[in-house]
Design a binder for this molecule. Sequence first.
Ligand code: NAP
Length: 292
Amino acid sequence: MKPSPRLSLNNGVLIDQLGFGLYKVPPSDAAGLVTMALEAGYRHFDTAAMYGNETGVGRGIGSLSSFVSPDGARGGSGEASPSLSREDLFVTTKLWNDDQGYDATLRAFDTSMANLGLEYVDLYLIHWPCPQRGLYAESYRAMETLYREGRARAIGVSNFQPAHLDRLLQTAEVVPAVNQIELHPWLQQEELRALHGELGITTEAWSPLGRGQVLQDPVVLGLAAAHGRSPAQIILRWHVQLGNVAVPKASSYARIRENLNVFGFTLDGAAMDALAGLERGFRTGSHPDTVN
Ligand SMILES: NC(=O)c1ccc[n+]([C@@H]2O[C@H](COP(=O)([O-])OP(=O)(O)OC[C@H]3O[C@@H](n4cnc5c(N)ncnc54)[C@H](OP(=O)(O)O)[C@@H]3O)[C@@H](O)[C@H]2O)c1
């Protein structure tokens, strides 16, 4: 299976276009799923303080050594390289809403690092802007400190609307590398994606499969049948061709592998147009203006 291509963030840090999402993964399952995803070929993991599973994610990452048998041969049944190390991975975590503010952000980061058992994170995101708290610019200033100290290789935001980005950019010294937003064929965020393009911010899709609901769309099902691929593969291929980063979550080894196996086919213009026509403003999660 082909590995995920990497995109360059605005500071030159490389990110795998497809990563593995860990929302709603119980803490007790996280290590096992991360290990499984590593075996399947994922190198990019998306967690958050709010998910309550950073410790398990860290344990899964710590299982890297289990791929190396004493004679140096591959220990796992999958495709993980025996020489895989921390530098080969891309780990994202996020600042929770209750921890916004300059000092609180620094403390929350330390807690996340201790939970993950890591020295640095590849990407640290503000989980939600929480506009009524009025603290995201201060929180971001703390993240800039972490960035300058090398404890976060890249920093960014999540669920930021254009107005939140405008406000942030009035004081930010580091342009966010990423805005992670709900994005799938039923919520295509065209305007926001265009703004990201102008600002040099990478678009990352959360709930890239619409929490599984978009898999039932008749157009997606038709394209799946026509291409001999699964509905999930059609949607993830669409994300890849749009240039999005996407972090699908799945619970079985078969689905985990299936979701990464999208680099051996392409969708032509007609198929991309058909998917573009599915926009319906459908959110599986909250509107960012309402989360505080
Ligand atoms: N920044 C934010 O505010 C935010 C919010 C939400 C999510 N996220 C991130 O985005 C990640 C993904 O979002 P998500 O978990 O909400 O939704 P998703 O990835 O769009 O969809 C996951 C759902 O699709 C199912 N699924 C996955 N692959 C499948 C396949 N090949 N065939 C059939 N069904 C499949 C999964 O079922 P099974 O699990 O049963 O396999 C699960 O029910 C999260 O894990 C998290 O990392 C971020």
